[in-house]
Design a protein around this ligand. Structure first.
Ligand SMILES: Nc1nc2c(ncn2[C@@H]2O[C@H](COP(=O)(O)OP(=O)(O)O)[C@@H](O)[C@H]2O)c(=O)[nH]1
Ligand SMILES: [Mg+2]
Length: 462
């Protein structure tokens, strides 16, 4: 009740005084969230490379500046450190981040036209919230009892070679035996280890999400359990204790995240490393497709009763799906990348569209690390990208392979469980960010970051 009143108070004052847009940025680990936010903020502060953002192109955004964020207990997104890494004399990718963080960028906006003259300038606060996509996958746990979750997780594990050691440890364990912490921990460690390996192998669905990104909760009982085969679970048994911890995980980890962060988001960008999954192979692509459907489920009103109650009818108004790292491809292939992502999300998007959220799909590079070139190779003309290789520091031309025009050429074998791509090989390279010499008023180079911003927040800046 109190929450409802507080929220109403906030909404009323925001509507009359300074509007706040909460932009959620999510995606699975390594999908590019940190780079996206850093480059977006830099390009909103210096808008020379943002012609696709109407309010920037028309000069409606007068100034932009960083402000203290409104939430005192959420870590601040370390914009300055990330920007320094990306734009220093020897540019590097920022270090990985593992939990939620937030940053407030305020924009002074003076709309043009008739209304502008009457209204005068106003301030729009953009609260950017960075959170792991892995945490969204946990929503499905709320509907599942320990027994169901175990069954699903174990059947998935049996399909993956990465689970070999964990499954062996499971055979050796006795769920009905008295719970002893060392045995519980060993099993949970083996399970966590499996999740990490599966993630590294390119699998997306590796719940519980917090096992991969535990943050300050590492080692706590709510993160020390594993799925067990169905069977007796007498009081005091390992099975009973794991079930209790699973419920604690839902209550103490999953629900607070949805209540405190997810429920307050207005606009959402979901970053997807489509190229990375294609490179990892058909199984990774199929897994990504399923994970995306689950992730999108969180944005579907009515998907979960508990969540619907928390949301109080609020919903995310716009969701952008962005295939990241498009600078690995020559722009002639960007359309194909977008088509693949579109197809990957087709089922899930249809349902979300139905629920009234506006969705869009794009291929972007938050930070362009390459330039384009055309080279002759064995009598063929190839559209390549050129960049500095990470590690060796060598400059190299790179041809990732030709993406098919018809997405089904990738998605069908993926659905059918193919082991590898038949017609082609898809490579990815690790390019280091290029050294920059920015002119005043220019942010870091990108691909379609301005169009992404227009889709996400453009209407709120007019
Ligand atoms: N070439 C290129 N690589 C990118 C881009 N964005 C992210 N990456 C790569 O993806 C990695 C993970 O990005 P990061 O933003 O840390 O992902 P996060 O885990 O989702 O926050 C980076 O270290 C880069 O190697 C991009 O725009 N272009
Ligand atoms: Mg990050």
């Amino acid at each position: 009740m109190t929450r409802g009143v507080e929220r109403m108070g906030a909404t009323v004052s925001e509507a009359f005084f300074e509007p706040v847009v909460r932009l959620g940025v999510t995606g699975l680990s390594r999908s590019g969230k940190t780079v996206f936010i850093t480059s977006l903020v830099a390009n909103l502060l210096d808008r020379g490379r943002m012609p696709g953002l109407t309010a920037a192109a028309e000069g409606a955004i007068r100034t932009a500046y960083l402000q203290p964020q409104p939430d005192d207990t959420v870590p601040r997104f370390d914009y300055e450190a990330h920007l320094a890494a990306l734009t220093g004399p020897t540019p590097r990718w920022p270090a990985g981040t593992r939990s939620v963080s937030e940053l407030r960028l305020s924009l002074r906006v003076q709309p043009g036209g008739l209304l502008g003259g009457i209204q005068g300038p106003r301030t729009v606060h953009l609260d950017i919230v960075d959170y792991p996509g892995e945490w969204l996958l946990d929503l499905s746990l709320l509907d599942m009892a320990y027994r169901d979750w175990s069954e699903q997780t174990l059947s998935r594990a049996e399909e993956r070679v990465e689970a070999k050691d964990f499954l062996a440890a499971l055979v050796a364990a006795d769920p009905a035996a008295r719970h002893e912490e060392p045995a519980a921990r060993a099993l949970s460690d083996a399970f966590t280890d499996y999740l990490h390996r599966a993630r590294e192998a390119g699998y997306s669905d590796c719940t519980p999400g917090r096992f991969l990104l535990p943050g300050e909760m590492a080692g706590s009982p709510a993160l020390t359990f594993a799925p067990l085969p169905a069977g007796d679970s007498a009081r005091g048994s390992l099975a009973r204790e794991f079930e209790r911890r699973y419920e604690a995980y839902k209550r103490e980890v999953v629900k607070p995240f949805f209540r405190e962060h997810f429920a307050r988001i207005d606009r959402q960008v979901v970053l997807v490393d489509v190229l990375g999954a294609i490179h990892a192979g058909p199984k990774a692509v199929e897994d990504l497709r399923q994970a995306m459907a689950d992730i999108l489920g969180a944005f579907r009103p009515g998907r979960n009763r508990w969540l619907s109650r928390i949301l109080l009818g609020r919903r995310v108004e716009r969701i952008l799906f962005a295939a990241t790292k498009a600078d690995h491809l020559h722009h002639r292939q960007h359309g194909r990348l977008t088509a693949i992502m579109d197809a990957l999300l087709a089922d899930a998007r249809r349902r979300a569209d139905f629920a009234g959220a506006r969705t869009g799909a794009m291929s972007i590079a938050a930070l362009r690390a390459t330039t384009e070139d055309t080279v002759e190779h064995q009598g063929r003309t190839l559209d390549v990208v050129r960049g500095t290789l990470e590690g060796s520091g060598r400059n190299a031309a790179f041809y990732p392979g030709a993406l098919p025009e018809d997405p089904a050429r990738l998605l069908s074998p993926a659905r059918e469980g193919a082991e590898r791509w038949l017609d082609a090989d898809y490579e990815v390279m690790s390019f280091a960010p290029a050294p920059l010499s920015l002119r005043p008023g220019e942010g870091p180079p990108h691909i379609r970051l301005d169009r992404a911003a227009e889709f996400l927040i453009g209407d709120r800046l007019r």
